[in-house]
Design a protein around this ligand. Structure first.
Ligand SMILES: C[S@@+](CC[C@H](N)C(=O)[O-])C[C@H]1O[C@@H](n2cnc3c(N)ncnc32)[C@H](O)[C@@H]1O
Length: 238
């Protein structure tokens, strides 16, 4: 594996505390260095998503667009090649890509996957309290972060994503949802999710809209579902 030195472009000076839920629930998938080495396998992430990783990744990228000028923010690192493909689109649009994650090890891992000359800025921050000015970005991507967060964290993360995107910009969210009545996973998955991802079932029970602050003005919200409803792709236009 390549050297894990952070790039000079990454912001390490203002590290955030590791959220309690992350250490308690996800220490073995994201927090420990060995966990990053184990999980940084696209086939594994694809298996966890029942073979839907590339489909969801590609749909999110398609909704963002083929060329991405201006400023793009990805909130939370993702195992696999999502960020590399997002960066290609940002580069094609001569834009700027920033990636926020609360764990320095995740930013270092992202950096190892990117081409050495990639101009991507990693920023160590908690998604629920971004140290970023209002309306700074043209678009924001949240890929499978919200189901990992307790409700208050999820609400603040969504509020922050909407705060840092400019009016008319988009927030694209990809995450779990409640499968259709005929889907076998609707009955088989809850015990496993309750054990391993205790906040994920919130997204089965409640519409994503219910986690938005009603006083935050949005122009539109469109939602589509994938794989019999187990996943949702939501585009919020601010
Ligand atoms: C996006 S989610 C899960 C993505 C998906 N399951 C995958 O394939 O990797 C995982 C990332 O979210 C980050 N994360 C979790 N809570 C966070 C928070 N409050 N602020 C910023 N990053 C957070 C974790 O450090 C981890 O890198």
């Amino acid at each position: 594996m390549a050297d894990s030195k952070p790039s000079a472009a990454d912001h390490y000076e203002a590290q955030s505390e590791i959220p309690a839920y992350l250490e308690k629930v996800y220490w073995w998938t994201y927090v420990r260095p060995w966990a990053i080495r184990v999980f940084e396998r696209q086939w594994l992430v694809n298996a966890i998503l029942f073979g839907n990783f590339t489909r969801l990744r590609d749909r999110a990228l398609e909704l963002l667009g083929p060329r991405l000028p201006g400023a793009t923010l990805q909130i939370a690192c993702v195992y696999g090649d999502l960020t590399n493909l997002l960066y290609e689109r940002v580069r094609a649009g001569e834009g700027q890509l920033d990636v926020v994650d609360v764990l320095p090890g995740q930013i270092e891992n992202m950096r190892r996957k990117l081409p050495a000359d990639a101009v991507v800025r990693g920023r160590i921050m908690d998604s629920s309290a971004l140290k970023i000015s209002d309306e700074r970005y043209d678009r924001v991507l949240l890929f499978f972060l919200l189901h990992e967060q307790p409700e208050d964290w999820r609400q603040r993360t969504l509020a922050e994503a909407l705060r840092v995107v400019r009016p008319g910009g988009q927030v694209v969210v990809v995450d779990y949802a409640r499968p259709k009545w005929w889907h076998p996973l609707r009955y088989l998955l809850p015990p496993g999710l309750a054990l391993l991802e205790p906040f994920a079932l919130d997204l089965w029970r409640s519409d994503l809209k219910s986690f938005l602050n009603p006083s935050t003005p949005i122009r539109s919200l469109t939602r589509e579902t994938v794989f019999g409803g187990l996943y949702q792709v939501v585009v919020i236009e601010r």
